[in-house]
Design a protein. Structure first.
Length: 247
Protein backbone atom coordinates (compact mmCIF):
# COMPACT_ATOMS: atom_id res chain seq x y z
CA UNK A 1 0.00 0.00 0.00
CA UNK A 2 2.76 2.46 0.90
CA UNK A 3 4.64 1.58 -2.29
CA UNK A 4 1.58 2.31 -4.45
CA UNK A 5 1.15 5.68 -2.68
CA UNK A 6 4.81 6.53 -3.27
CA UNK A 7 4.66 5.66 -6.96
CA UNK A 8 1.37 7.46 -7.55
CA UNK A 9 3.00 10.80 -6.79
CA UNK A 10 5.20 10.18 -9.84
CA UNK A 11 2.29 8.96 -11.95
CA UNK A 12 3.62 5.39 -12.01
CA UNK A 13 0.84 3.63 -10.13
CA UNK A 14 -2.85 3.85 -9.32
CA UNK A 15 -3.75 3.65 -5.68
CA UNK A 16 -6.88 1.71 -4.78
CA UNK A 17 -9.48 3.18 -2.42
CA UNK A 18 -7.73 3.68 0.90
CA UNK A 19 -7.26 6.20 3.70
CA UNK A 20 -4.46 8.39 4.98
CA UNK A 21 -4.21 6.39 8.19
CA UNK A 22 -3.82 3.11 6.29
CA UNK A 23 -0.97 4.48 4.17
CA UNK A 24 0.80 5.99 7.16
CA UNK A 25 0.47 2.76 9.14
CA UNK A 26 1.88 0.66 6.31
CA UNK A 27 4.71 3.12 5.57
CA UNK A 28 5.84 3.22 9.20
CA UNK A 29 5.55 -0.51 9.84
CA UNK A 30 9.05 -1.99 10.17
CA UNK A 31 10.53 1.40 9.22
CA UNK A 32 13.28 0.85 11.80
CA UNK A 33 14.70 -2.04 9.78
CA UNK A 34 14.64 -0.43 6.31
CA UNK A 35 17.10 -2.23 4.06
CA UNK A 36 18.60 0.74 2.20
CA UNK A 37 18.25 4.37 1.25
CA UNK A 38 16.13 3.59 -1.81
CA UNK A 39 13.42 1.94 0.29
CA UNK A 40 13.63 4.76 2.83
CA UNK A 41 13.04 7.29 0.05
CA UNK A 42 9.99 5.40 -1.17
CA UNK A 43 8.53 5.20 2.32
CA UNK A 44 9.10 8.93 2.74
CA UNK A 45 7.32 9.59 -0.57
CA UNK A 46 4.34 7.58 0.70
CA UNK A 47 4.25 9.67 3.87
CA UNK A 48 4.40 12.83 1.74
CA UNK A 49 1.39 11.53 -0.23
CA UNK A 50 -0.59 11.05 2.97
CA UNK A 51 0.35 14.51 4.28
CA UNK A 52 -0.63 16.16 0.98
CA UNK A 53 -4.00 14.47 1.02
CA UNK A 54 -4.71 15.22 4.67
CA UNK A 55 -3.46 18.82 4.72
CA UNK A 56 -3.77 20.23 1.21
CA UNK A 57 -6.67 18.24 -0.24
CA UNK A 58 -4.35 17.46 -3.12
CA UNK A 59 -6.41 16.57 -6.19
CA UNK A 60 -3.87 13.91 -7.16
CA UNK A 61 -4.60 12.17 -3.86
CA UNK A 62 -8.40 12.31 -4.08
CA UNK A 63 -10.33 9.06 -4.20
CA UNK A 64 -13.86 8.20 -5.25
CA UNK A 65 -14.71 7.99 -1.55
CA UNK A 66 -13.62 11.63 -1.14
CA UNK A 67 -15.89 12.75 -3.97
CA UNK A 68 -18.80 10.79 -2.50
CA UNK A 69 -18.19 12.48 0.86
CA UNK A 70 -18.36 15.94 -0.71
CA UNK A 71 -21.60 15.09 -2.51
CA UNK A 72 -23.18 13.75 0.67
CA UNK A 73 -22.57 17.16 2.28
CA UNK A 74 -24.13 19.25 -0.50
CA UNK A 75 -27.35 19.85 1.54
CA UNK A 76 -25.30 22.01 3.91
CA UNK A 77 -25.05 24.78 1.28
CA UNK A 78 -28.75 25.56 1.72
CA UNK A 79 -28.04 27.11 5.10
CA UNK A 80 -27.04 30.20 3.08
CA UNK A 81 -29.29 29.75 0.04
CA UNK A 82 -30.80 32.97 -1.29
CA UNK A 83 -34.60 32.96 -0.94
CA UNK A 84 -35.84 36.41 0.00
CA UNK A 85 -39.27 37.86 0.76
CA UNK A 86 -37.86 41.39 0.69
CA UNK A 87 -34.59 43.04 -0.42
CA UNK A 88 -31.63 42.41 1.88
CA UNK A 89 -30.30 45.95 1.44
CA UNK A 90 -31.85 49.42 1.32
CA UNK A 91 -30.16 50.22 -2.00
CA UNK A 92 -32.54 51.95 -4.41
CA UNK A 93 -33.94 49.49 -6.90
CA UNK A 94 -32.98 46.44 -4.86
CA UNK A 95 -35.21 43.41 -5.39
CA UNK A 96 -35.75 40.18 -3.47
CA UNK A 97 -33.97 37.27 -5.10
CA UNK A 98 -34.85 33.59 -5.17
CA UNK A 99 -32.52 30.95 -6.55
CA UNK A 100 -34.91 28.40 -7.99
CA UNK A 101 -33.92 24.80 -8.69
CA UNK A 102 -36.66 23.49 -10.93
CA UNK A 103 -35.01 20.90 -13.16
CA UNK A 104 -31.99 18.68 -13.68
CA UNK A 105 -30.02 21.44 -15.46
CA UNK A 106 -30.29 23.73 -12.43
CA UNK A 107 -29.20 20.92 -10.11
CA UNK A 108 -26.27 19.97 -12.33
CA UNK A 109 -25.08 23.58 -12.30
CA UNK A 110 -25.14 23.55 -8.50
CA UNK A 111 -23.08 20.35 -8.32
CA UNK A 112 -20.61 21.68 -10.89
CA UNK A 113 -20.17 24.81 -8.76
CA UNK A 114 -19.45 22.69 -5.70
CA UNK A 115 -17.03 20.24 -7.33
CA UNK A 116 -15.10 22.29 -9.90
CA UNK A 117 -12.98 24.31 -7.41
CA UNK A 118 -11.97 21.06 -5.68
CA UNK A 119 -11.47 19.01 -8.83
CA UNK A 120 -10.18 21.15 -11.73
CA UNK A 121 -10.23 18.09 -14.00
CA UNK A 122 -14.01 17.82 -13.66
CA UNK A 123 -15.77 17.80 -17.05
CA UNK A 124 -19.45 17.98 -17.92
CA UNK A 125 -21.65 16.68 -20.72
CA UNK A 126 -19.12 14.11 -21.92
CA UNK A 127 -20.13 11.76 -24.74
CA UNK A 128 -19.75 8.05 -24.02
CA UNK A 129 -19.16 5.22 -26.48
CA UNK A 130 -22.12 4.94 -28.88
CA UNK A 131 -24.62 2.11 -28.58
CA UNK A 132 -25.94 1.58 -32.07
CA UNK A 133 -27.08 4.94 -33.35
CA UNK A 134 -27.44 6.34 -29.83
CA UNK A 135 -24.53 8.14 -28.16
CA UNK A 136 -25.16 8.69 -24.45
CA UNK A 137 -23.85 11.75 -22.66
CA UNK A 138 -22.77 11.72 -19.02
CA UNK A 139 -23.50 14.66 -16.73
CA UNK A 140 -20.25 15.12 -14.76
CA UNK A 141 -17.05 13.14 -15.27
CA UNK A 142 -13.70 12.73 -13.52
CA UNK A 143 -11.57 10.66 -15.88
CA UNK A 144 -8.61 10.34 -13.50
CA UNK A 145 -10.90 8.49 -11.07
CA UNK A 146 -12.81 6.69 -13.84
CA UNK A 147 -15.91 8.21 -12.25
CA UNK A 148 -19.22 9.51 -13.58
CA UNK A 149 -21.46 11.66 -11.37
CA UNK A 150 -24.99 11.03 -12.61
CA UNK A 151 -27.42 13.87 -11.82
CA UNK A 152 -31.11 13.08 -11.36
CA UNK A 153 -34.13 15.27 -10.60
CA UNK A 154 -36.79 13.26 -8.79
CA UNK A 155 -40.03 15.02 -9.68
CA UNK A 156 -42.96 14.70 -7.31
CA UNK A 157 -44.98 12.62 -9.77
CA UNK A 158 -42.17 10.16 -10.50
CA UNK A 159 -42.14 6.77 -8.77
CA UNK A 160 -39.24 4.92 -7.14
CA UNK A 161 -39.56 2.30 -9.89
CA UNK A 162 -39.22 4.85 -12.69
CA UNK A 163 -36.16 6.48 -11.12
CA UNK A 164 -34.49 3.11 -10.47
CA UNK A 165 -35.03 2.00 -14.06
CA UNK A 166 -33.61 5.27 -15.38
CA UNK A 167 -30.42 5.01 -13.33
CA UNK A 168 -30.01 1.31 -14.19
CA UNK A 169 -30.27 2.17 -17.90
CA UNK A 170 -27.64 4.90 -17.54
CA UNK A 171 -25.23 2.50 -15.81
CA UNK A 172 -25.50 -0.01 -18.64
CA UNK A 173 -24.53 2.73 -21.12
CA UNK A 174 -21.75 4.41 -19.13
CA UNK A 175 -19.94 1.29 -17.89
CA UNK A 176 -19.61 -0.74 -21.06
CA UNK A 177 -16.47 -2.84 -21.44
CA UNK A 178 -15.00 -0.30 -23.86
CA UNK A 179 -15.77 2.65 -21.56
CA UNK A 180 -13.06 4.62 -19.78
CA UNK A 181 -15.27 4.82 -16.67
CA UNK A 182 -15.75 2.14 -14.04
CA UNK A 183 -17.84 3.73 -11.26
CA UNK A 184 -20.92 5.94 -10.96
CA UNK A 185 -22.21 8.09 -8.10
CA UNK A 186 -25.89 8.99 -8.43
CA UNK A 187 -26.89 12.33 -6.92
CA UNK A 188 -30.64 12.80 -6.65
CA UNK A 189 -32.57 16.00 -6.06
CA UNK A 190 -35.79 14.97 -4.31
CA UNK A 191 -38.31 17.65 -5.22
CA UNK A 192 -40.83 16.08 -2.84
CA UNK A 193 -38.45 15.48 0.09
CA UNK A 194 -39.71 11.87 0.32
CA UNK A 195 -37.39 10.79 3.10
CA UNK A 196 -39.63 7.81 3.85
CA UNK A 197 -38.89 6.38 0.37
CA UNK A 198 -35.20 7.20 0.15
CA UNK A 199 -33.96 4.24 2.21
CA UNK A 200 -35.81 1.82 -0.04
CA UNK A 201 -34.50 3.56 -3.15
CA UNK A 202 -30.93 3.61 -1.85
CA UNK A 203 -31.07 -0.08 -0.98
CA UNK A 204 -32.30 -0.97 -4.44
CA UNK A 205 -29.78 1.21 -6.25
CA UNK A 206 -26.75 0.03 -4.26
CA UNK A 207 -27.37 -3.43 -5.66
CA UNK A 208 -26.64 -2.21 -9.20
CA UNK A 209 -23.24 -3.20 -10.56
CA UNK A 210 -20.91 -0.22 -10.86
CA UNK A 211 -22.93 2.14 -8.65
CA UNK A 212 -20.47 3.31 -5.99
CA UNK A 213 -22.79 5.49 -3.91
CA UNK A 214 -26.08 7.40 -3.83
CA UNK A 215 -26.55 10.92 -2.42
CA UNK A 216 -29.88 12.70 -1.86
CA UNK A 217 -30.54 16.43 -1.72
CA UNK A 218 -34.05 17.31 -0.51
CA UNK A 219 -35.85 20.39 -1.72
CA UNK A 220 -35.55 22.87 1.21
CA UNK A 221 -38.81 23.82 2.89
CA UNK A 222 -38.09 27.52 2.28
CA UNK A 223 -37.91 26.96 -1.48
CA UNK A 224 -41.52 27.32 -2.51
CA UNK A 225 -42.63 26.66 -6.06
CA UNK A 226 -42.27 29.52 -8.51
CA UNK A 227 -45.89 28.88 -9.48
CA UNK A 228 -46.88 30.88 -6.42
CA UNK A 229 -45.06 34.02 -7.61
CA UNK A 230 -46.66 36.75 -9.72
CA UNK A 231 -44.72 39.51 -11.49
CA UNK A 232 -46.79 42.51 -12.63
CA UNK A 233 -46.61 43.88 -16.15
CA UNK A 234 -44.98 47.06 -14.83
CA UNK A 235 -42.01 45.03 -13.59
CA UNK A 236 -42.78 45.51 -9.91
CA UNK A 237 -41.27 43.26 -7.29
CA UNK A 238 -42.66 39.70 -7.22
CA UNK A 239 -45.70 39.19 -5.05
CA UNK A 240 -47.02 35.98 -3.58
CA UNK A 241 -50.24 34.87 -5.19
CA UNK A 242 -53.28 34.76 -2.94
CA UNK A 243 -55.27 31.58 -2.60
CA UNK A 244 -58.99 31.61 -2.12
CA UNK A 245 -60.07 30.43 1.26
CA UNK A 246 -62.34 27.42 1.22
CA UNK A 247 -65.74 27.92 2.82
Amino acid sequence: MWLAAALQRQGWATLAETSVSDVLKSALTDAAVVSDGFEAGLRLAAIDWAVARAMDFDVTALTVTDVAGVLQRVPAVFQRWTWEDKPRTARHGGEPRRWHIENEYHFQSLLYTVLKPLIPALEEEQYMSPTGTYQPRADLCILALELVVEVKFWYQGKSVKDLTEGIAADLSLYLRKDSRYRKVIAVIWDDGARTEDQSELRRGLKGLTGLFDVAFVNRPSCMRSSAGIIVTKEGDQPKASKRKKSK
